[in-house]
Design a protein around this ligand. Sequence first.
Ligand code: TRP
Ligand code: SF4
Length: 341
Amino acid sequence: MSVPPPSSPVRQRVLSGMRPTGALHLGHYHGALKNWVQLQQAYDCFFFVADWHALTTHYQQPDSRHNLERSVYDMVVDWLAAGIDPAQATLFIQSRMPEHAELFTLLAMSTPSSWLERMPSYKEAVQGNRELATYGFLGYPLLQAADILIYKADLVPVGEDQAPHVEVTREVARRFNHLYTPENPILPEPQALLTETSRVAGLDGRKMSKSYGNTIAMRDAPEVVEEKLRTMPTDPQRMRRGDPGDPARCPVWAFHELYSDSDTRDWADRGCRNASIGCLDCKQPLIAAIHKEQAPWRERADELLADPKKVHWIVEVGTERARAVARKTLKDVRHAMGLVY
Ligand code: TRP
Ligand code: SF4
């Protein structure tokens, strides 16, 4: 894909959202955020907090009002800490944009419910959990389509699990254009930009995820990172220091693949197999690499946490910038549907 230079007046637009699930971890960083930081230099990027989407699955948590606000701002701080630059990218919060809800309603009129019922994310989740059998959760992909189409996004960076949602967005756009503006289509079909490292392994070798309790948070303190790594399980067949091990059986190895250069990997691989290094030795370069990665995040986050108004202001400015674009699309959509009285 050719990337237009930053000065190009026709920068393509990128849009993506993340559900606020509290402090972000290394899986979020390597699976999505790192990519966003790169994209912001070449594209007109819109990144938003999908707090309505969070409510589709967590609508009845006791303390959720308090948690939600905290999760929203913690997440924005993590974005900024990672290097998202509000001078380049537009950051906003979904629930501050009722325009998305209006487009969602208008698109709902012509979207066959079968398109939503057959989404794998819906069918499987509802079978496992009846509490998800709500109208809101059924509409999850359509709300996502409205999020995307209201900015006429060209590209949508997402993990593989979200690809069907981008696909349905394309179908929704196609149908809308066909029904209302066949001569002069107004909703462009977006393209998914699949993130390469979308699966980052956690401390137990399973996918890093809050629900497994196997995460390292982006803002975990250095001592916490060190402790988590030191106590991380290794090759179960390497019981004693003198036993040879096999990196293929060891969850630590995934961290070497993510963080170590080939010399370090060779050293660890050989040392493991001939038992010339212990597991703590093997983990040492990883602890150092994560500390190094976190240092600039911590510095930026500390500055923001000392000045919470600044974070609110960044979101405020982004929300107004997003609103100007969203209003214009909505106006065209209303017009196309004959809703101008
Ligand atoms: N469903 C996405 C996720 O869970 C979040 C999301 C909501 C999103 N709206 C979006 C992502 C629009 C991309 C574009 O990750
Ligand atoms: Fe795992 Fe490294 Fe120990 Fe081998 S030496 S078992 S790769 S931690």
